[in-house]
Design a protein around this ligand. Structure first.
Ligand code: EPU
Length: 434
């Protein structure tokens, strides 16, 4: 399946921002640590969430979705259930089952997790963290086998070699049910991690956070869910993607959300580029009143510039005035989209961890290949600025993993995107002229 875009457009109107994918994944996985029903609201409807829910149903979780609320109950005790390797290898989020299943059953066989091909994606930090809390692991042909020789996690001291988002989340979930106190240093400070901390605190786990460390007083048993449902924050990566879309198409957009923490770095960046931004009671209004100035950035752990917005903001620099340099420090293979942008007339020099850009005002449509979740979204956005038709091959299988109703939302803002089975742009154009 490919995405066909007949030509340029200026995005205008209001767009609702869905709940955060990367906050929802650990919250869903954490339900395995509860005795009783965990209720969540604002969980986004997208493929990665569906795959995790599917995996959890296989593990014995009862998942009920009603009136925009998702309820999860896990009754099963006894022997650790089997995790389907085909499903686990589809998403990186499956690594988040590690601590909850170990905490609940005392053992786990985790097939190696998957995800976008943006770098090596090891899980050594996860294993190290849980070893500090008493787990033991061995590598088997079917995956990682882990067990808790004492039958439970025991508080300990974790110092991550570098901040890891899902690693910190696994450490937090293990620490919450451990016997004793855990200190986690050099942890990820992303707002998605804070959503998990807030849920655990609402369940009576005492957690203190500072820039340097997180201290968790483990409760030594399964958790009791909060009586009220927990509302997941809005997705800052989706919000950032639509802000980049606004800049690329020189549009005028209202982003509608109730709570979207963690956007500050991106908003400062766009303000410095010249985008007009104002917060009101309905959300965030963004508009482009004059050509934007390209701005260099380097991705870094939170609160640095988020790697998940590197692709859309690199696309924005391609059509903003002046020279810029984008440096990627988190993932070693996250510039595949930049090479595709060359085909639309963008002026770029792509190096392994850095791309230099000379902004241009005009691009032309082209046939380009999508390679990963964020890159595929960025390619679609850049095509909205290009004169003439574009075909983005393989995009859907990537962007539907992380953006809910992406095409529908862009269409409501004025884009004329279509899904097609065509594999050549030339063939579509020939058919149109026949
Ligand atoms: N790392 C290791 N060993 C580990 C874990 C991480 O060396 O055991 C390294 C990684 O190779 C990387 C760095 O540490 O260089 C940071 O990786 P991190 O563990 O933080 O990434 P993650 O938890 O696997 C989450 C998001 C990603 C996002 C990164 C960085 C989820 C489900 N995924 O991944 O999101 O890019 O943090 O912010 O939360 C996306 O949504 O498109 C996406 C890829």
């Amino acid at each position: 399946m490919a995405i066909y875009n007949p030509g340029p457009c200026k995005l205008q109107g209001a767009v609702p921002i869905a709940g955060s994918k990367n906050a929802s994944l650990p919250l869903l996985a954490s339900s395995l640590l509860f005795n009783g029903e965990l209720k969540l609201r604002n969980v986004p409807d997208l493929i990665d969430i569906g795959v995790l829910l599917n995996l959890m149903r296989d593990l014995g979780s009862c998942v009920v979705i009603e009136h925009q609320q998702l309820s999860l109950t896990h009754q099963a005790q006894g022997k650790a259930p089997h995790i389907c390797p085909q499903k686990a290898s589809k998403i990186r989020g499956s690594v988040l089952l590690l601590a909850p299943l170990l905490g609940r059953y005392g053992e786990i066989l985790l097939p190696l997790p998957g995800g976008c091909h943006i770098g090596k994606r090891p899980i050594d930090f996860h294993l190290y963290a849980l070893e500090q809390l008493g787990a033991q692991f061995s590598l088997l042909p079917q995956g990682i086998y882990g067990h808790l020789p004492r039958g439970h996690f025991t508080g300990g001291h974790i110092i991550f070699p570098k901040p890891t988002v899902t690693g910190t989340e696994n450490a937090l979930m293990a620490a919450a049910v451990a016997q004793g106190t855990t200190c986690i240093e050099n942890h990820a400070q992303d707002d998605e991690v804070h959503e998990l901390i807030t849920l655990l605190q609402q369940c009576g786990v005492a957690i203190e956070t500072s820039e340097d460390a997180i201290e968790v007083q483990g409760v030594g048993r399964l958790l009791t869910p909060p009586p009220e449902s927990f509302e997941v924050c809005a997705d800052r990566m989706e919000a950032g993607t639509f802000l980049a879309a606004c800049g690329i198409t020189q549009g005028d957009i209202l982003l509608k959300y109730r709570r979207c923490p963690g956007l500050e770095t991106v908003l400062e960046h766009l303000d410095a580029m010249g985008m007009s931004l104002s917060l009101n009671e309905n959300g965030l209004h963004a508009s482009v009143l004059q050509p934007l100035k390209a701005r260099s950035f380097t991705t870094a752990p939170h609160p640095g510039f988020p790697t998940d917005l590197q692709a859309p903001f690199l696309a924005l620099n391609c059509v903003s005035d002046g020279k810029s340099v984008v440096e990627e420090t988190i993932w070693e293979n996250r510039f595949l989209h930049a090479k595709e942008f060359l085909k639309m007339g963008a002026q770029l020099e792509v190096m392994p961890n850095q791309t230099s850009i000379q902004g241009v005002r005009e691009l032309h449509g082209a046939e380009i290949q999508a390679h990963d979740l964020r890159g595929s979204a960025a390619s679609i956005l850049l095509s909205l600025r290009a004169k003439g038709p574009s075909l983005i091959l393989g995009a859907e299988s990537h962007f539907e993993r992380g953006y809910s109703f992406f095409l529908e939302k862009l269409s409501r803002l004025g884009a004329k995107l279509e899904k097609t089975t065509a594999t050549r742009l030339g063939a579509i154009l020939e058919k149109q002229h026949a």
